[in-house]
Ligand binder design. Structure first.
Ligand SMILES: *Cc1c(COP(=O)(O)O)cnc(C)c1O
Ligand SMILES: [Zn+2]
Length: 435
């Protein structure tokens, strides 16, 4: 096993270089976060597109049949085939849904279905890279703090790699589906009496003091993998950049990763114009939106509260690199109420696609930005649906079945006697409301 000299970790703040083998996730000089730097690919522009497109057409063998490792030159170029821990992941659909577009006030909208990943969220794209790196480093164990999806993903990839996994989640604040996955995949699961931000502090300390490998999104290997959401989307669009990429923002790992992906895609001639990023937060967890309104003069932290648990984060770790991503793409950051997010989710779900609550912030955001005149009706918009509909069935059932009065888009299940006349009555009303 060798790590070529190509990849180094570079501090985002002061430029300090650290070895690719260093397991510390912060700059040893200034405490800044790290990014990977590697030799650029030999090809550029058309030739590089052809490398990626050929792999897509002949997708048979691992690891390049993965929607992450298909772009390996821009992920972790010096990882050898045998080192890579892959399910495979990625290769998620990009679908057009007219009903969702109409609700947003758009001519069309493309939905990137990241819930189609092996553990049901985009977290798998980063985790395949982080766990690959953990195995290359012969780490004794991997750990993370999580609002649920990171823990489910880490647990699955650690199982695949044969590594022990330690997971810290806020007690009582993780959806049953995500918790169930984490336990089932075999991670040591710690229910911390505190919130996500407490869990992350604890996980960082455990990594520093106890030598376990930290797989949170401050880990630059995860960010490198998450870039492929955008790379794959661009490939699916025939390398024609959309006008907007709209997505939920919590810990800001994706905001950072999307910015990095677009920067590289532009530098390497894969696209000829920059899409604008629109990062959407829940109003109860919107420190980044608050900073954006002040032109990023100040970093904010809040005590986070929202039904969209995957973005219930009050002190986002990737703040600085997310600021850069928004600035470089002329992006926007807004926040929306839980009610707006849940209505968007109901629309997405009823289109037959479905997503978890946090994911729907993207579609809610598209609608809000059209209403404000920021996004134009005819713009090409991609909304990233970050997680699967079954991740949080509790909130889903609460919305449709248990909220009084029922929200406008609620689809109440009906309890009936076991006789045909009752079915017939229901059918008659269903026909009337269809007409
Ligand atoms: C992790 C997660 C997010 C938030 O992404 P960040 O990179 O932390 O901003 C959004 N949606 C889902 C489903 C997630 O799992
Ligand atoms: Zn530094």
């Amino acid at each position: 096993m060798t790590l070529s000299a190509a990849t180094v970790q570079v501090c985002d703040e002061c430029g300090n270089e650290m070895s690719a083998r260093d397991t510390r996730t912060q700059c040893t000089k200034c405490g800044g976060l790290l990014s990977l730097r590697y030799d650029p690919p030999a090809e550029r522009g058309l030739a590089l597109k052809e490398v990626f497109d050929t792999r897509l057409k002949t997708r048979n063998a691992l690891p390049e049949s993965s929607g992450v490792w298909r772009f390996r030159e821009l992920v972790l170029p010096d990882a050898s085939d045998g080192e890579i821990v892959t399910q495979p992941e990625g290769n998620t659909p990009l679908v057009r849904r007219e009903r969702v577009a109409a609700w947003c006030g758009l001519d069309s909208i493309d939905l990137k279905l990241e819930g189609a990943n092996p553990t049901g969220s985009f977290k798998d794209r980063g985790m395949t890279v982080a766990v690959t790196q953990a195995r290359r480093l012969v780490a004794p164990a991997v750990a993370c703090a999580s609002t649920g999806n990171t823990s489910a993903s880490l647990a699955a990839y650690a199982a695949l790699a044969g590594l022990p996994a330690l997971v810290l989640v806020p007690n009582g604040q993780v959806s049953l589906g995500k918790l169930a996955q984490t336990i089932a995949y075999g991670a040591r699961t710690l229910l911390v009496r505190g919130d996500f931000d407490d869990c992350l502090r604890l996980a960082r300390a455990a990594a520093d003091k106890l030598g376990v490998y930290l797989a949170n999104s401050i880990n630059p290997y995860r960010i490198a993998g998450q870039k492929t959401i955008v790379l794959e989307m661009l490939q699916q669009l025939g390398w024609r950049a959309p006008d907007w990429i709209v997505f939920p923002a919590g810990n800001l790992g994706n905001t950072a990763a999307f910015g990095a992906a677009l920067r590289e895609a532009s530098d390497l001639g894969l696209i000829d114009r920059m899409p604008r990023l629109a990062a959407i937060q829940a109003s109860g967890a919107a420190p980044f939106a608050a900073s954006f309104r002040e032109n990023f003069r100040q970093r904010h932290t809040v005590r986070a509260e929202t039904v969209a648990t995957a973005i219930r984060i009050g002190d986002p770790a990737s703040y600085h690199r997310a600021v850069r991503a928004i600035r470089e793409t002329n992006g926007v950051v807004i926040d929306l109420s839980d009610a707006e997010i849940l209505d968007a989710k109901a629309v997405v779900d009823a289109s037959g696609v479905g997503c978890e609550p946090a994911s729907a912030a993207s579609v809610a955001g598209a609608r809000a930005l059209v209403a404000r005149g920021t996004i134009r009706r005819e713009d090409a918009v991609v909304a990233v649906l970050t997680g699967h509909i079954l991740k949080d069935s509790g909130i889903l059932l609460q919305y449709h079945r248990d909220t009084d009065p029922p929200p406008a888009l609620a689809n109440r299940p009906l309890e009936i006697d076991a006789d045909l006349a009752a079915v017939e009555r229901v059918l008659a009303t269903a026909r009337r409301s269809d007409a």
